[in-house]
Design a protein around this ligand. Structure first.
Ligand SMILES: [Mg+2]
Length: 457
């Protein structure tokens, strides 16, 4: 795993110490000895994780962290605070400043490495989502991405898997008001509950009499539905080895008993905040891509998608000397459908037409709504004669059974005219191909509708 780690400490010897240990693990290391330099490095460079000393003159680590986390350009970079103080209040202060983790000097080697690796993994995921989000921006729908990411006020839904009554009751009490907490006392039942309910975090106690809690962690990580679900381990003093193993398995955080209420709520908040950020990025990306290329009414591809893909399919067909055909279909006298049955009736017809069209084309064919009542199907590896047969099959399928409109069991006769064209050997172009299909469609209409006309090559 190559990642770039920024080490920030006002004492050069401390910087050097961490640098050497990180270099030994093949990380790239950047360094800074004061807060302002650290912030500038984060703004300019590609920093994956910041290891941040708390006690520094001028600007302390809390303030550096707060500034990094409040700037959208740097807020997604994980920050680990490092301090000589082992005070819970400092830990909470750090987490409240937005720190993702906290390590105490002298820093335990294994703990440092597993923490850094675990955060780098999460950062990689966020980076990929951010990249995709910014790429889809080019498709043109920006408002989805400019959506506000703030959703801190919603109480998170959390599952605690813990068989000890005294222990889960204590946690229950601590989280009253800050989480909507479910308890599972059986780890197997807890696993299914986590998979079936949209939790935002799962806390797993290590104190089972007869069960390995890390097995549960690894099961949750291997299931698609819970792969990105944050896991917090509630561990005991002396379980460092287990925690490190857990971090390697992909748990996100841990707390040592006795659990401090402030630390618990702060760590939970950090996990939920990060999950919501990634979930929203993921959702905007998916939604943006779908909206950008799909016709909302019929679920077929839209014209924008056709425009961007037809040229590719055309070039491929020419390069491989394989046939390619296109059909343009247009519902006959569609205006009268709208006039008699309203736009809802018209929409019913368009949806049903799309359904029958889809049924009659292959998976590799590109079917899309071109606009209004006009649909286009691009058929790779298909010559004109075959395309004409497919078109005829679609025409017959439409004419043969009336379309239902509205909910009253009313039906209506629908017919379609189809123009077919195929790529010509020698000089041809997408524009020429589409123009010939359009002319064929025009001929079908003039000749009385409800028919297929193919332009022979
Ligand atoms: Mg210092």
């Amino acid at each position: 795993m190559t990642a770039r780690i920024l080490v920030v400490d006002d004492i050069p010897a401390n910087v050097r110490l961490l640098e050497v240990r990180l270099l030994a693990e093949y990380f790239d290391v950047l360094t800074a000895t004061n807060g302002l330099d650290a912030i500038e490095t984060c703004e300019n460079g590609k920093v994956d994780v910041v290891l941040l000393d708390v006690m520094m003159p001028d600007m302390d680590g809390f303030e550096v962290c707060r500034r990094l986390k409040s700037d959208p350009a740097t807020s997604h970079i994980p920050v680990v605070m490092i301090t000589a103080l082992d005070q819970v209040s400092d830990r909470v202060r750090g987490l409240e400043a937005g720190a993702d983790d906290f390590l105490t000097k002298p820093v335990n080697d294994l703990q440092l490495m597993t923490r850094v690796k675990s955060l780098v993994r999460l950062k990689t995921l966020t980076d990929e989502l951010r990249l995709r989000a910014s790429t889809t921006r080019n498709i043109g729908i920006e408002e989805l991405l400019s959506r506000n990411f703030a959703s801190e006020d919603i109480t998170p839904k959390v599952l605690l898997i813990d068989e000890r009554k005294s222990s889960f009751e204590r946690v229950q009490k601590m989280l009253r008001g800050s989480a909507d907490l479910d308890i599972a006392t059986d780890p197997h039942a807890g696993f299914f509950q986590a998979a079936e309910t949209p939790y935002e975090c799962v806390m797993i106690s290590t104190a089972f009499a007869d069960f390995d809690p890390l097995r549960l962690c690894s099961q949750l990580r291997s299931l698609d539905r819970t792969r990105f679900l944050p896991i917090i381990l509630l561990a005991q003093e002396g379980e460092e080895g287990r925690i490190i193993r857990g971090l390697e398995l992909g748990i996100n955080d841990y707390l040592m008993r006795p659990i401090d209420q402030q630390e618990l709520t702060a760590r939970l908040r950090t996990q939920v905040r990060r999950k919501r950020y990634n979930d929203q990025l993921r959702a905007s990306v998916t939604q943006t891509i779908e909206m950008a290329v799909t016709d909302a009414l019929t679920g077929l591809h839209n014209r924008r998608y056709l425009d961007s893909h037809l040229q590719t399919l055309f070039d491929r067909s020419v390069a491989r000397r394989r046939p390619l055909s296109v059909m343009i279909t247009d519902l006959d006298r569609f205006k009268t459908v709208n006039d008699t049955h309203g736009h809802d009736g018209g929409d019913d017809v368009l949806r049903e037409f799309a359904r029958r069209l889809r049924k009659n084309v292959r998976g590799i064919d590109l079917a899309c709504r071109f606009g209004g009542e006009e649909f286009v199907v691009v058929m790779p590896d298909t010559d004109g004669a075959v395309a004409e047969k497919v078109a005829e099959r679609i025409r017959a399928e439409i004419a043969q059974m009336p379309f239902a409109v509205g909910h009253a069991g009313e039906t209506i006769e629908v017919t379609v005219s189809v123009g077919v064209s195929s790529v010509l050997k020698g000089l041809d172009s997408v524009a020429g191909l589409m123009k010939r299909a359009d002319l064929a469609l025009y001929e079908a209409k003039s000749a009385g509708r409800n028919r297929v006309v193919a332009k022979a090559a």
